[in-house]
Structure formats: structure tokens, C-alpha cells
Ligand binder design. Structure first.
Ligand SMILES: N=C(N)NCCCC(=O)O
Ligand SMILES: [Zn+2]
Ligand SMILES: [Zn+2]
Length: 323
């Protein structure tokens, strides 16, 4: 979209009931209806990298369905994200479910194409394996990026059954490949049993800082967001959100649930506290609707993607104003 064009927004839910018609994210236009977008919302229906319950391949469409109720004005960030910038639903990246290496290549190539149009990506997973090819692509454009990784898990393990590309290993691969800015890496929401203490030692060596879910409970969302913002500074930032960062009470529909997580309110508040960061792309992963109830998880994921999209739209609009 050029600066003098008005973005095409969502279907008007006061005229067409919000449950009518096929679901796109937030009832936004499809990317092929608008040509190019400032923010492309894309699904990656891939879950061949999981170590426990499968089903995240259905996550993107569950989030789209749950996002029908999102409204165009976001009071928490005082912004109308879909009016500030063109946000559009780019559909799904079709990946091979039987060949993880090929899937990872396909995701990277599709992300290259989308980022090449000038769009920022808001990806709906899929399992956490998909973060690696997305980060590769983002790093080609921006250089090594700061990473905020919201997750119960570290996802810096080495291999599972000899496999390098899995949902428990994307961030170790990313550090090995030099695509992350190791001076600004944080896990947020970490908790639960590990394989051994060495997991933490290895993770620290890679450069990660950890904000546990108990830290969030004790210190509160605002203080945590302040600390994260200071660590990130003005570096290009990628945010990867594994929905299992939330307590299973707030996100039962996921593959590897761990007790004692943050609430959806805490997650949304931390994200709002990061609104001034230079968010270049983001993902929300690990929504497995077969384990969900009453769309609890996909509603939480849709609001999470909405906050992330709002951050990106505001920055795009601010940059246009300055130009
Ligand atoms: N990325 C997610 N959700 N889970 C990783 C868990 C890896 C494990 O089973 O040890
Ligand atoms: Zn996880
Ligand atoms: Zn994860």
C-alpha cells in the first residue's frame, strides 16, 4: 500500500454477521484481494515436528475462526490497526507433512517471497519447528534479530531421535546459524521439568535470559515488560509465541501443556508494554484445537496475534508519517 491509499479493512460486522462467510484473520481481506500488504497474516499448517500431542496443523484455521469477534479499534493500544496499515490474510503456506527438511525449506522460501514484498509477517502455526525458517528469512532481511520467545519450554534442545528440526530445537539451530542477536535473547514464561540442569547451562551459554512464569507472577507484567524493553533497545525484534506459555487453564488446546503458566491477561499486558519495540515479524504457534474447549486457546491466540498486529501497524504508520 502506498502512503496515500486507504487500507481495506475487515468486513463490517454490523452489516454482515460475523459468523457468515469463510474465515480470514479478523475478517480482513485476502492478500490476493489487495495485492500487497504491510502486514501479511499467514498460516503454516505443519505439525510433523512435535514430540507429544499432534494437531497444531489445524491451529491457523482455528485462530482465524476465533478471530471473527475481533473488533477494529484496540483501546489498550489506542489504535485501529487495520486502518493504520494494510493488514491482509495471505492464506496458508502449503508444506510437505512427510518431509520435515523439505517443509522447512518451503517455509523459508515462502517467507522470503512475502518479506520481499515489503510486508511484515504475522504467522499462525503450526508447531514451533516453523520458527527456524521464519527467523532465517527475517535475518536475511534485517541481519541477526533480537528474539523474545514466550514459551513454557526452552526449545533450545539439540535433537530428538536424531532429528535436528523439531519443535523442541528451533532456537538452538538459530543460534548455531548466527541468525539471532545473542545480546538480546529472552525466554518468557519458562517453567516445568527439564531433562537435566545442563539444559539451563547450555541455554545460558547460547545467550538467553529467562523470565520464568513465577517471575511474572511475583514482579508483574509492567516490570517484566520494562526489563525486556531495555534489553531489546532499538534492535530489530522477532517475537515468537508458543501458546503453551499460558497456563493450561488459559490454553488447554496445545501439544505439550505445563502447569503453572501465566494468564492470557499477563501475556497481553506484557505485549502492550513492548509496543515501542521495532517488531519486524512474529509468530503464534502450537495451538492444537483437538485438545481445546470452547475455543479458549484459539481465542487467546487470536487476541495475541491482534496485539502483535497492532504493534506492527502503529510502527508502519509512524514511519510513514516521519518519511
Ligand atoms: N515447543 C513446544 N511446544 N514443546 C517442546 C517440548 C519438547 C519436549 O517434548 O521436550
Ligand atoms: Zn512450548
Ligand atoms: Zn515452543
Amino acid at each position: 500500500m502506498s502512503s496515500n491509499e486507504t487500507p481495506r479493512g475487515p468486513v463490517d460486522s454490523s452489516r454482515i454477521p460475523r459468523y457468515a462467510g469463510p474465515a480470514t484473520f479478523a475478517r480482513l481481506p485476502r492478500l490476493d484481494e489487495v495485492g500487497t500488504a504491510d502486514v501479511a497474516v499467514v498460516g503454516v499448517p505443519f505439525d510433523s515436528g512435535v514430540s507429544y500431542r499432534p494437531g497444531a496443523r489445524f491451529g491457523g484455521n482455528a485462530i482465524r475462526e476465533a478471530s471473527r469477534l475481533l473488533r477494529p479499534y484496540n483501546p489498550a493500544q489506542d489504535a485501529s490497526p487495520f486502518a493504520l496499515a494494510q493488514v491482509a490474510d495471505g492464506g496458508d503456506i502449503a508444506v510437505n507433512p512427510f518431509n520435515i527438511n523439505e517443509a522447512v525449506e518451503t517455509i523459508e522460501a515462502a517467507a522470503d517471497d512475502l518479506l520481499g514484498t515489503g510486508a511484515r509477517l504475522m504467522t499462525l502455526g503450526g508447531d514451533h519447528t516453523i520458527a527456524l525458517p521464519l527467523l532465517r528469512s527475517v535475518a536475511k532481511k534485517h541481519g541477526p534479530v533480537a528474539l523474545l520467545h514466550f514459551d513454557a519450554h526452552l526449545d533450545t534442545w539439540d535433537t530428538y531421535f536424531g532429528a535436528e528440526y523439531t519443535h523442541g530445537t528451533p532456537f538452538r539451530r538459530a543460534v548455531e546459524e548466527g541468525i539471532l542477536d545473542t545480546s538480546a535473547l529472552s525466554h518468557v514464561g519458562t517453567r516445568g521439568p527439564l531433562y537435566g540442569k545442563q539444559d539451563l547451562t547450555d541455554d545460558e551459554k547460547m545467550g538467553f535470559g529467562i523470565v520464568t512464569s513465577a517471575d511474572i507472577y511475583r514482579r508483574g507484567a509492567d516490570e517484566v515488560a520494562d526489563q525486556l524493553r531495555q534489553r531489546i533497545g532499538d534492535r530489530p525484534l522477532y517475537i515468537s509465541i508458543d501458546i503453551d506459555c499460558l497456563d493450561p487453564a488459559h490454553a488447554p488446546g496445545t501439544g505439550t501443556p505445563e502447569a503453572g503458566g501465566m494468564t492470557s491477561r499477563e501475556l497481553l499486558e506484557i505485549l502492550r508494554g513492548l509496543a515501542s519495540c521495532n517488531l519486524v515479524s512474529a509468530d503464534v504457534v502450537e495451538v492444537a484445537p483437538a485438545y481445546d474447549h470452547a475455543e479458549i486457546t484459539s481465542v487467546a491466540a487470536s487476541h495475541t496475534a491482534y496485539e502483535l498486529t497492532t504493534i506492527m501497524s502503529r510502527q508502519i504508520a509512524a514511519a510513514r508519517k516521519d518519511a
